[in-house]
Design a protein. Structure first.
Length: 327
């Protein structure tokens, strides 16, 4: 449990950004002075980061000098195109507060927003988007995930025949951006709640990105427009089976003949013994949402019940996999 907190703290204090900007190794005293931290606390934090292979240390006559590793330069500095800084901060400041009530979540079988933040647990996304600051943190975090995983899931199947695409719950547009980059003839419409669309337009998607458009609405309550392909990335794992069937049935009815839906999820092994990351994701769904992670067979069953006839599964070997259901 302390391992990620060490990484979160180093990110939040700006350790990796400072070392990248400095262009040379720095002593713990220099880092502490630059970041307004205690020398004793910073030295212990830096040494822990060395133990986690997030930093490297050179011992000289003048003392220990610390520098970033390749991993921290790529994934933990804010300026990197593949930065995971925002998802780290979301986990540190939001997700882990829910995890502190894991025992209660297991006993009760429901998310823990009420205990963690004093707000109703009945509407998970109302709780998740409880302020503009929280919404922005969540969207930035999701965007950072797709900066390293998006191309893998979008290239698992050849999606080039589908040019009219709806990304349901597409948030900040990182997956949509990867999609139009990979399939230049496609257009992607991000269908999301009005306040999400507003932030996406203001913060994440520029007007010049003309292949990406927006549709405001709640896809559980409002109609779903006709399209050739629908992308549901990390959507179904938020909901129980009944809600998943409800949404997929709406998608199937709206889908053009010959069209499809692409599910992007972290798949459990059929015997549910792994992967470990997916098992832990499922625990996170318990403390934060109404859903769970599923096996390929379970997703296939949901797709079949909704009316999709031909179902294919591709494991990417990364965090997220792809399931394609054809109408």
């Amino acid at each position: 449990f302390p391992y990620p907190q060490v990484m979160f703290t180093a990110c939040e204090l700006g350790v990796f950004d400072l070392l990248l900007e400095s262009g040379e190794p720095l002593s713990s005293d220099a880092i502490a002075a630059c970041l307004g931290a205690s020398t004793t606390g910073m030295e212990r934090l830096l040494d822990a980061c060395v133990g986690l292979k997030l930093l490297a240390v050179d011992v000289t006559q003048e003392g220990a000098l610390y520098r970033n590793t390749e991993i921290s330069n790529i994934y933990l500095t804010k300026s990197s195109p593949k930065s995971q800084y925002h998802i780290m901060m979301y986990y540190s400041n939001t997700v882990y507060l829910c995890w502190q009530h894991l025992t209660e979540a297991v006993r009760e079988g429901r998310n823990q927003y009420e205990r963690a933040f004093g707000i109703s647990s009945k509407d998970p996304f109302g709780a998740m988007y409880r302020s503009e600051e929280e919404l922005l943190k969540f969207m930035a975090g999701q965007n950072s995930v797709w900066s390293i995983c998006g191309r893998d899931v979008l290239s698992a199947f050849d999606l080039s025949p589908f040019t009219q695409i709806y990304d349901l719950g597409g948030g900040g547009g990182a997956l949509a951006r990867e999609c139009v980059s990979l399939y230049p003839k496609s257009t992607v419409t991000i269908y999301d709640l009005p306040k999400v669309v507003q932030v996406a337009k203001e913060q994440f998607v520029s007007p010049e990105e003309c292949q990406i458009t927006f549709h405001e609405g709640d896809f559980f309550k409002d109609s779903i427009p006709e399209a050739e392909l629908y992308i549901l990335s990390k959507i179904l794992h938020d909901w129980d089976d009944d809600k998943c069937k409800e949404l997929l049935t709406k998608v199937c009815k709206a889908c053009k003949p010959g069209g499809a839906v692409l599910l992007v999820e972290s798949l459990l092994d059929e015997n549910k013994s792994g992967p470990l990351e997916t098992l832990l994701f499922s625990m996170n769904m318990l403390v934060q949402t109404e859903g769970k992670e599923r096996t390929a067979a379970e997703y296939s069953k949901l797709l079949e019940a909704a009316g999709f006839a031909v179902i294919e599964v591709k494991r990417t070997g990364k965090l997220y996999d792809a399931v394609l259901g054809r109408k």
